[in-house]
Design a protein. Sequence first.
Length: 112
Amino acid sequence: MTDAAPATTWITLGRLDAIPVGRARYVEAAGRPLCVVRTSETEAIVFDDACPHAGSSLSGGHVEDGCLICPLHQWPFRVADGVCADAAGIHVRQYVSRVRDGLVELADPGPR
Ligand code: FES
């Protein structure tokens, strides 16, 4: 028996430079609709694509003042943690991700 944590499996979502800074793209991976948000020249964050307000696709939104703005009713979700800046009890799920060699990668979240 070992105490070593299982190795993380990384799922490639696409090229970072295919997304303009401050914009988002829809990706389906691990059986889920996801929203990849490019937050800077070198970073991206991955959220569930469905807005917790009324289910709009967040990948149609944009980043403004550190928040991903939902395209339907403009609720702001902080890119740092997915919490709605206007309603702290509401948040969108954020996934573990990284950028490596110009590719956005998702840590396999396992079964839904
Ligand atoms: S559906 Fe996103 S703010 Fe209403």
